[in-house]
Design a protein around this ligand. Structure first.
Ligand SMILES: Nc1ncnc2c1ncn2[C@@H]1O[C@H](COP(=O)(O)OP(=O)(O)OP(=O)(O)O)[C@@H](O)[C@H]1O
Length: 387
């Protein structure tokens, strides 16, 4: 067998494993930020612990290949990954319903500098997700490295149905970074769960009360302007640092504190927001519609074309339209799944393919005419002419 062919088979197997693994996880959330140091890991850890304290089964994945700090924040260091009877590796248990994984146990030494080349990084992240047996989870929280580079892009592509939480601080420059993260999410078609404003207000280390000596706010206004949810704000609290350093997240270490309460509110808002996003899809208030095209008109055969107009539709209105090219080696089902399409609108499709897509929970609606453009077909669908 040719080397290229062998590589493709291995890649296909990896994709399959990744898909199987992901299908057992109900909600996947990527915690991201436009720049470093805004408290992404702190938010990820406290959110994961908070969800596990609400009896959800939770996984926490640290995708920071250069400086994984989640093991330290959880007080678990250099533990070996458990091996399952079938030979697969499992994540490390923090508590009965919280497991986590970072690159750390896979490094030769604790402080080893890792130099990853782009393709290696990408396959390491895919391996994390595909090779590790997470079991059945309600939530997988993924702490992505800051920025909009290779790692968040790989996570977004590997977990196409992940939602994003964007973390910011009240400083203006950080709020500008939010815009970048939001643009990134829109570009990779990742739905945004909402915005968290960290280090907002200050908790006095002496009296434990909140003092307004630092700038705060802005996040809520920005969220409103950008049309995304505001999930909560977390004050600056020196105990967050101490708790992180001591390996016990603030939400569990100081449950009575204002900060723990702020994290608990964040947990409640995240649960409500994920349920709402789920319902939006179930009830058709949110749709992602793919239409195979050829030039400016509908394509005669969806299986033969590589061009698709993809629409994000909320409350019956088109919010974003994009034209996407299907890679040559990707079949229609894999492509639509990667696009997280909920519907395929097309001129025609064989009954076998229609059934295959509907089994994959992609609704197929057929109709229109060869001289019609995709926008018209989508409008006909939204107005109920096409059913
Ligand atoms: N609300 C807070 N109050 C006080 N300190 C905080 C707060 N949030 C985060 N920190 C501290 O700020 C530092 C950076 O936080 P953290 O590591 O969570 O940021 P990050 O965005 O994940 O950084 P990175 O760029 O490394 O991914 C840590 O020392 C953490 O303890």
């Amino acid at each position: 067998m040719a080397i290229g062919q062998e590589k493709n088979i291995l890649l296909d197997q990896q994709e399959k494993k990744v898909r199987e693994q992901l299908s057992r996880i109900q909600h996947k959330i990527i915690v991201m930020s436009g720049k470093g140091g805004v408290g992404k890991s702190t938010v990820s850890v406290n959110l994961a612990v908070g969800l596990s304290l609400q009896d959800f089964m939770v996984g926490l994945l640290d995708v920071d290949l250069h400086g994984p700090n989640i093991p330290k924040m959880l007080g678990v260091r250099r533990e070996r990954l458990p091996r399952r009877p079938d030979g697969r590796l499992g994540a490390i248990s923090y508590s009965p319903n919280l497991k986590f994984l970072s690159i750390e146990p896979l490094l030769p030494k604790e402080d080893a500098a890792v130099i990853w080349r782009g393709p290696l990084k990408i396959s390491a992240i895919k391996q994390f997700i595909g090779d590790i047996d997470w079991g059945k989870l309600d939530y997988l929280i993924i702490d992505a490295p800051p920025g909009t580079g290779d790692e968040p892009l790989t996570v977004a592509k590997t977990i196409p149905d992940a939602y994003a939480i964007v973390v910011t601080t009240p400083q203006e420059v950080s709020l500008i970074d939010v815009q970048k993260s939001i643009n990134f999410c829109r570009k990779v078609k990742m739905r945004i769960l909402g915005l968290v404003e960290n280090m907002s207000g200050f908790i006095c280390p002496h009296c434990g009360k909140e003092l307004d000596i630092f700038k705060r706010g802005g996040g809520e206004r920005l969220a409103e302007e950008m049309g995304i949810r505001f999930l909560g704000r977390i004050p600056v609290d020196p105990r967050v640092v101490a708790a992180g350093d001591a390996g016990k997240p603030a939400i569990a270490a100081y449950p009575e504190s204002i900060t723990a309460q702020a994290f608990e509110e964040l947990v409640r808002n995240v649960v409500a927001a994920t349920e709402e996003m789920w319902r939006e899809v179930e009830e058709g208030r949110y749709m992602r519609v793919a239409v195979p095209v050829s030039g400016t008109n509908l394509a005669k055969d969806p299986l033969a074309t590589d061009l698709f107009a993809v629409y994000d539709i909320e409350a019956g209105k088109v919010r974003v339209k994009d034209v996407v090219r299907r890679p040559e080696d990707q079949d229609l089902e894999a492509f639509l799944k990667e696009q997280v399409a909920t519907h395929l609108l097309a001129l025609d499709l064989s009954p076998e393919w229609k059934e295959r897509l509907e089994t994959a929970r992609i609704r197929v609606v057929l109709g229109g005419a060869p001289d019609m453009g995709p926008d018209t077909l989508v409008q006909d669908f939204l107005s109920g002419i096409l059913k």
